[in-house]
Design a protein around this ligand. Structure first.
Ligand code: ZN
Length: 283
């Protein structure tokens, strides 16, 4: 596979790749193993000159520059944990999540090359190693979006043994916006409305069939976000179905497919999702 041809692939598990501006990597295979991976889970700092360390909620933040300017962002990330608990009933993380923040892209590239030489370069990366999550990013104009997106993955996977690819990305896309902009101002809105105007819809079942990078592109990300928006802001039974589904995963019950929960919870969910966006506006 030519990773360079897809500059924004995500990693998941042994072989799954996700298209995204950001990346996800769960290390658990011999194919990806590197010498330090056999050790018990602990932060992997690499050789970067970490000069500032702060804790905000579950996040242990380490940076190669003074983080004072970023205090509001880290406080916002800390609030993300409460927001996932409030909206999805996902409990707080039981162990710290490390956030490594580099001063610029060059430092970030060098650290990722050092720590994950076999992983294609990503602007931001979430890594799960022996159950412990780490997020890597660097300072740039959209770092807040990157951190909210990756930290959403980290908080979900801190509690859930698995999250279907499309739902994981749909939730990360939803929560990557600042809290005040999630409901009405996500950039996905404008394209989605055009899609719906021309009758273009992706069913939840079709998203559930996506397991590989080649199967998920911009349209699939947009509709993954749309289904999440519908479940969080649409009819109450749709929200309940999502919460019960995640609860089943958390308790180790075979969850089945979320689309099956949705079909049981409400009639014609796809039509209701389309209708939801036709009517959705700030009152
Ligand atoms: Zn992602």
């Amino acid at each position: 596979m030519n990773f360079d041809s897809c500059p924004s692939a995500d990693w998941r598990g042994k072989t799954e790749l996700r298209p995204s501006r950001r990346g996800f990597l769960a290390i658990g295979s011999a194919a990806l193993a590197m010498p330090w991976l056999g050790a018990a889970a602990r932060p992997c700092f690499g050789a970067a000159p970490w000069i500032d360390h702060r804790s905000y909620g579950p996040f242990n933040c380490h940076a190669t520059f003074p983080m004072g300017d970023l205090t509001p962002l880290f406080q916002e990330l800390s609030a993300l944990e409460s927001e996932l608990q409030r909206t999805l009933a996902v409990p707080p993380a039981q162990q710290p999540i490390d956030v490594f923040l580099l001063d610029d892209e060059r430092e970030h590239r060098e650290l990722l090359q050092q720590l994950y030489p076999r992983v294609p370069y990503r602007r931001a990366l979430y890594v799960q190693r022996s159950g412990r999550g780490s997020v890597y990013a660097y300072r740039h104009a959209e770092v807040a979006v990157d951190l909210r997106h990756e930290c959403t993955h980290a908080l979900l996977h801190a509690n859930l043994a698995m999250v279907p690819l499309w739902l994981d990305e749909g939730l990360a896309e939803y929560f990557e916006m600042p809290a005040a902009e999630r409901a009405f101002q996500h950039p996905h809105f404008s394209k989605l409305r055009w899609n719906l105007r021309f009758g273009m819809v992706r069913s939840m079942e079709s998203l559930e069939s996506c397991h590989e990078l080649s199967e998920m592109g911009g349209t699939e990300y947009r509709f993954a976000w749309a289904w999440v928006h519908f479940m969080l802001h649409g009819p109450l039974p749709a929200h309940r179905a999502l919460v019960h589904y995640l609860g089943d995963i958390r308790r180790g019950n075979p969850p089945g497919q979320l689309s099956e929960h949705m079909d049981r919870a409400l009639s014609q969910p796809q039509q209701q999702m389309v209708q939801h966006f036709k009517q959705w506006k700030r009152t």
